[in-house]
Design a protein around this ligand. Structure first.
Ligand code: TRP
Length: 334
């Protein structure tokens, strides 16, 4: 609890370009959650270097992501928006938690197996202990809730296990976090293969709408979106392409699938795809405009970065000192 509010933690990696899926599935909901919780939204750059990064590129992407958090509507006065690498407590707690995590547990992580297969030439120890760093992120702020996608649930489970193990030995040190399963954040699928999630790492640029795509590109990508031969706008399992477009349309307009079916009754895919494209353009335009304005104001963003890193550091240090004391480290020399 901070000032009587429950604590929420989440983070994103600055790898790849954010997609409409990241926005409708996560960022947009973060904004709603910030009314209810004391939120920490981190740009998790320590996690990013588990795979090779170009330094200049990483720096640029991380700053863009942090700026985008604000452009998407997160108020940096209310939410703690910061770089993970600027709060050393993450790395310090991560080391301690490493000593309370079993190799066998980490071996079971499916994301590790996937990433190791994908980066066979660089299976580093960081990639293996990635979930421990994530546990440190969450536990450092005594987080009550963590909004995560399905792919991260296993990491939240291990976080809970590590916290419970530590608490069993040393007393109630960590809050045990719960996954946040809210009104299902829209799960947006690829426009070219609706059986796959829309991903920032898809090689086919037509499969994803990027947050910074201009209106013409957005409309063009929707026109090319894969559908099927039924030629009617119905929300049916055997039409996954159309279902995805309906989901996107609903997430952008607040309408229900039934309302959408009625609206497009008797109309073809062409009309519908255009409407979806326009709805997405309307949702992304204000975010893009705010982003462009914010990028012009370097001093303002620099100020946000500084004050929020200090705020994060204050809470992180509180937990870290408690943990260090519990495990038997000497007091810090001031
Ligand atoms: N691993 C998460 C992802 O790739 C990002 C992340 C890092 C995170 N630390 C976190 C998410 C803590 C939630 C809480 O999506």
């Amino acid at each position: 609890m901070i000032d009587g509010n429950k604590v929420l933690f989440s983070g994103m990696q600055a790898t790849g370009t954010l997609t409409l899926g990241n926005y409708l599935g996560a960022l947009k909901n973060w904004v709603t959650l910030s009314d209810e919780y004391q939120c920490f939204y981190s740009v998790v750059d320590l996690h990013s270097i588990t795979v090779r990064q170009d330094p200049a590129e990483l720096r640029k992407r991380a700053r863009n992501l942090l700026t985008l958090y604000i452009a998407a509507g997160l108020d940096p006065e209310k939410n703690c928006i910061y770089y993970q690498s600027q709060v050393s407590g993450h790395a310090e707690l991560s080391w301690i938690l490493n000593c309370f995590t079993y190799m066998g547990e980490l071996n079971r992580m499916t994301q590790y197996k996937d990433k190791a297969a994908k980066h066979a030439d660089n299976i580093n120890a960081g990639l293996f202990t990635y979930p421990v760093l994530m546990a440190a992120d969450i536990l450092l702020y005594q987080s009550d809730v963590v909004p995560v996608g399905k792919d991260q649930l296993q990491h939240l489970e291990i976080t809970r296990d590590i916290a419970q193990r530590f608490n069993a030995i040393y007393g109630d040190v960590f809050t045990i976090p719960e996954p946040y399963i809210g009104k299902a954040g829209a799960k947006i699928m690829s426009l070219q293969d609706p059986s796959k999630k829309m991903s920032k790492s898809d090689e086919n640029a037509n499969a994803s709408i990027y947050l910074m795509d201009d209106p013409d590109t957005i409309i063009r990508k929707f026109k090319r979106a894969v559908t099927d031969s039924e030629a009617c706008v119905r929300y049916r399992e055997e039409q996954p392409g159309i279902c995805n477009l309906i989901d996107i349309y609903c997430a952008c307009t607040g309408k229900t699938p039934e309302e959408v079916e009625k609206e497009f009754d008797g109309k073809g895919y062409g009309d519908f795809k255009l409407a979806v494209g326009e709805a997405v353009v309307d949702v992304l335009k204000p975010v893009q405009e705010r982003f462009a304005d914010l990028c012009k104001d370097k001093a303002y963003i620099d100020g946000i970065i500084k004050t929020n890193a200090e705020k994060a550091n204050y809470y992180a240090t509180k937990t870290l000192r408690k943990v260090q004391k519990k495990v038997g480290f000497p007091e810090r020399i001031r």
